[in-house]
Each structure stands twice: as structure tokens, then as C-alpha cells.
Write a protein that binds this ligand. Structure first.
Ligand code: SF4
Ligand code: SF4
Length: 472
């Protein structure tokens, strides 16, 4: 029985509810009256439930789809302005005991080079990331209780936060590790992590079990209920996602939104972020073996419909996607992207030789961070290195209520401009700096509160003189 408040995976991600919702959406895909009603509700910017959002996803009426895209763009502008938050993944270890069939780190892959960073190697990776200009990382590790126990992860977090190199600092560490216990989540929370990220991969239980034949991750319920344990352990901000291409995208879309509804119903706060990776090539992984892969058009529609359904939830696209695709979905709802990423262990210090491939996935967007920053600014986006909220204690429901009232906007733009200024001073190429200074001057005019604007101007001056880390 479908029950968003249930703590059982199979009840809050109820298979029959998904099937019924899919059938409902299919039978109403040409129902202009209903689609208009849903769009009217969506314009209130309070989101949609999974069933309503599915109707929009299914809709094939050209004019209505244009309205859907236009609304997604508008919601994106209203909530996130033209800011794009930057981050980088950092792979700590690719040892893994699981058998995920879509990932080259699966335990049966005997030819891939296995590597785990020592603390010295980690320091070198972090310095390389700081020298690029990154302030926000997502650390990644396979599941392996012997090689990557929680103590190792905690030690790494500690090391990362402790490194100060020139003006560099990693100010927010998000963590993407396997589902674990409440006790371990509490340890992560105490270590000062930002968001805990865990992708569901697929919400379809039977497919999930086929795709995860061995290892602890094969337990669907334990994996699906992980975010509840994380929140019980005190982690306020959680990031969910699926790997599009494993199952039917409509099913996954419904599952994602039901998961969000469950978190909201039980914990009073939905997911902080939603990631939308698509399956892509890697060592012994060929996307052609997965027959649910989705086109660029469907991908764009998914992003637009997620933006409309959960306006307050950040949306992340990684370098799995090409420059062209990223450009398209930035307009439709994506609020956070990675740049200059390396997806192998130790890859920032020692890029892999061409004949080796120990990356978790092949990167489609190979540009440097500076190139990505310049590209964003050339489209009038503001690359933001802001990490202020969690450092100011604005997490969980506190963050969401500021978000819902729109007050967070008073922080985001000033913080984006000040962190961009730091980037321009410390890391940018002359051309990027020139473009950035112009953009900052222009965007200062968009800070509505005169007092705040005055403070920002003063702080920008101080940053030019060498001060760092101002935030609202
Ligand atoms: S997806 Fe994660 S758990 Fe699965 S094999 Fe890859 S690293 Fe291991
Ligand atoms: S102020 Fe908060 S919500 Fe806004 S960009 Fe910074 S961390 Fe994100």
C-alpha cells in the first residue's frame, strides 16, 4: 500500500502506485484541460506531486511542451537567478565489494587498477583542486569495509578541511559513499560534511536486484531507506539521484519524486539536491548494453519537469554530459555543475595515461575549470563558489524555509559575486578575469538592497587587497 510516511522502502516507493501513475499520465497526455490545470498549479511555484508531474512529462502537445519549458526556465530564474554553483568530484578509493553491473569498479573487474589515496596523496589532490580554484568537493569511494572503512573516510574529510595552501581552502565537503548505519551517518555529520549524496540508481526493485547481484548494495530496502537513517543521524541535507538508462525513465522520474515526497512527509524537508546522471561509457561498461538509454530531448524534458515539480531542490549535472547538453539544461533548471573533473583515483595530480582507464566514467566535458567559468560567464551566468549556507548553519528545514520565502536570494547573489571575485583574483586567466570583472560590475546593480550592495562593494575591494572568505 502506498504510504509516503511509511519507513518501508516498498511502501513509500510503491510499485503499484508508480504503475497506476504511469497509466494515468499516459491516458491524460492529450488532456489539455488537465494539463492547463497542472500548469496553473505549477505557476504557484510550490511544486507538483509525482502524478501531476508525470502528466507533464508524458505530454506530447507541442504548444503545451513549449509552456512547460518556458515555465521551467522562469522557475529557474526566480529561484536561482543566473547563478551556477561549481563543484568537483574527488575519488578517494575505487576498491569495492559490490557487483553493480553498470560500474567499472564492480568487484569482478580484475584488470582495472585499484587504488586508494594515502593521506599524503590526498593532500596533493586537494592542493591541485585548490590551485584550480575549487572550494566545494564531492568525495567518492567504493564500498569496502576493509579498504574504505568509515574511519578512513572521516580521516580524509579531516585532512581535506585542514589543508590551507596559498589562498586555497575547501570549504564544503559533500560525501557520496555507500548506504551505512545511523551511527556512521552521525560520525559524518560530526565531521562537518555538507550534503550526503547517494544515488538510488534505479527505483525499480526487480531491476535493482538484477543490476546489483552481489555485495551489500544488493539489499534494495537498506539502500532505499538510507536517507532516513542519514537524517536520523543528524544529516540535514541529502542528495538523491538515479542513473538514467538503467530502467524506464518515466518509472525513475516517478520514483525520484516519490522519494522527495517521502522525505518531506517524514522529515519535513525534501532532498537538498537531485542529480540526473545518464549512463555513459567506462572501462568494461558499454552503454549500448543498457536498452533504456534516453535521448537528449527526453533528458531536457526530464530536467524541465523536475525543475517544475521541486522548485526548491538544487539540480546537478556532472561532466558525464557534453558541453552542448550542459548548455541546454542549464537554462531549464540545473543549478550546480562540476568543472575540470577527473573521475579516477589520484587523477588531479596524475592524469591517466591514454592506455589506462580506471575512471568511474568517461568525462564528456574535458574543459578546465577556467574554461568552464569563462564559458558560463560568456552566457551571462555567474559561476558561484559559495559554500555559505551550511557554514552559517542554514541547513535542512531552516534552509528550506528561507528558500521558500525567497529570503535566501539576499545571500546568494552577494555570495556568488564575492566568491567569483576571489576566483578571479587567485586563479583566473587574464581573459577570464576581464570578463568576470565586467560581469561583477553589471551584477552589482541587481542587488536590490542598497545597504547590502554597499557592503558587497566594500568587501570586493578588500578581496582585491587580499582578504578572503566573506559571506552573508
Ligand atoms: S557504483 Fe559504487 S558500489 Fe557500485 S561498483 Fe561502483 S563504486 Fe561500487
Ligand atoms: S547562499 Fe546558500 S543557497 Fe545561496 S549559493 Fe550560497 S550556499 Fe547556496
Amino acid at each position: 500500500m502506498y504510504n509516503p510516511k511509511s519507513m518501508k522502502a516498498e511502501e513509500f516507493i510503491d510499485h503499484n502506485e508508480i504503475l497506476e501513475s504511469l497509466a494515468y499520465a499516459k491516458s491524460h497526455k492529450d488532456d489539455v484541460y488537465l494539463i492547463d490545470k497542472i500548469l496553473q498549479k505549477a505557476r504557484l511555484r510550490k511544486g507538483l506531486n509525482h502524478r501531476e508531474a508525470l502528466v507533464l512529462l508524458e505530454c506530447e502537445i507541442k504548444e503545451k511542451n513549449e509552456e512547460i519549458y518556458a515555465l521551467a526556465e522562469q522557475i529557474k530564474k526566480d529561484f536561482y537567478g543566473n547563478r551556477i554553483v561549481m563543484f568537483a568530484p574527488l575519488y578517494l578509493s575505487n576498491y569495492c565489494v559490490n557487483g553493480c553491473v553498470y560500474c567499472p569498479y564492480h568487484s569482478k573487474n580484475k584488470h582495472i587498477a585499484r587504488k586508494k589515496l594515502t593521506q599524503e596523496e590526498l593532500k596533493a589532490e586537494v592542493i591541485a583542486l585548490q590551485d584550480m580554484g575549487h572550494k566545494r568537493l564531492a568525495i567518492e569511494a567504493g564500498e569496502d569495509p576493509v579498504n574504505n572503512p568509515i574511519e578512513y573516510i572521516l580521516e580524509c574529510i579531516n585532512t581535506i578541511y585542514s589543508i590551507q595552501h596559498k589562498n586555497g581552502a575547501i570549504r564544503r565537503v559533500n560525501v557520496n559513499i555507500a548506504a551505512t548505519t545511523v551511527e556512521n551517518y552521525r560520525k559524518l555529520q560530526q565531521a562537518g560534511i555538507g550534503t550526503y549524496i547517494l544515488f538510488q540508481e534505479t527505483y525499480h526493485k526487480k531491476s535493482y536486484e538484477k543490476l546489483h547481484p552481489t555485495g551489500p548494495k544488493s539489499d534494495y530496502a537498506y539502500h532505499t531507506e538510507a536517507m532516513d537513517r542519514a537524517m536520523e543521524g543528524g544529516i540535514d541535507d541529502v542528495g538523491i539521484g538515479v542513473l538514467f538508462g538503467l530502467e524506464l525513465y518515466r518509472y525513475e522520474f516517478a520514483g525520484l519524486l516519490m522519494h522527495a515526497e517521502h522525505l518531506e512527509a517524514v522529515h519535513g524537508v525534501g532532498p537538498h539536491t537531485i542529480s540526473v546522471p545518464r549512463i555513459c561509457p567506462a572501462d568494461d561498461i558499454d552503454p549500448a548494453n543498457f536498452d533504456n538509454s534516453i535521448s537528449d530531448d527526453i533528458f531536457a524534458k526530464l530536467v524541465a519537469c523536475i525543475r517544475i515539480a521541486v522548485p526548491y531542490t538544487g539540480m546537478i549535472v556532472s561532466t558525464r554530459e557534453s558541453k552542448k547538453t550542459r548548455e541546454r539544461v542549464l537554462h531549464l533548471g540545473v543549478s550546480q555543475i562540476s568543472g575540470g573533473s577527473r573521475t579516477s583515483v589520484g587523477g588531479y595530480v596524475t592524469p591517466e595515461p591514454e592506455d589506462e582507464n580506471s575512471a568511474q566514467f568517461d568525462v564528456s566535458d574535458n574543459r578546465s575549470l577556467d574554461e568552464v567559468v569563462q564559458w558560463l560567464m560568456s552566457m551571462e551566468y555567474i559561476p558561484s563558489f559559495c559554500t555559505a549556507c551550511y557554514r552559517e548553519g542554514r541547513t535542512g528545514d531552516r534552509f528550506m524555509s528561507l528558500c521558500k520565502s525567497g529570503q535566501i536570494q539576499n545571500c546568494c547573489l552577494p555570495n556568488a559575486l564575492m566568491t567569483l571575485k576571489e576566483y578571479l583574483q587567485d586563479y583566473a586567466t587574464p581573459e577570464t578575469r576581464k570578463l568576470g570583472e565586467k560581469l561583477i560590475d553589471k551584477e552589482l546593480e541587481n542587488i536590490p538592497n542598497q545597504n547590502v550592495r554597499k557592503i558587497v562593494v566594500e568587501r570586493l575591494e578588500k578581496i582585491a587587497q587580499g582578504d578572503r572568505d566573506f559571506r552573508f
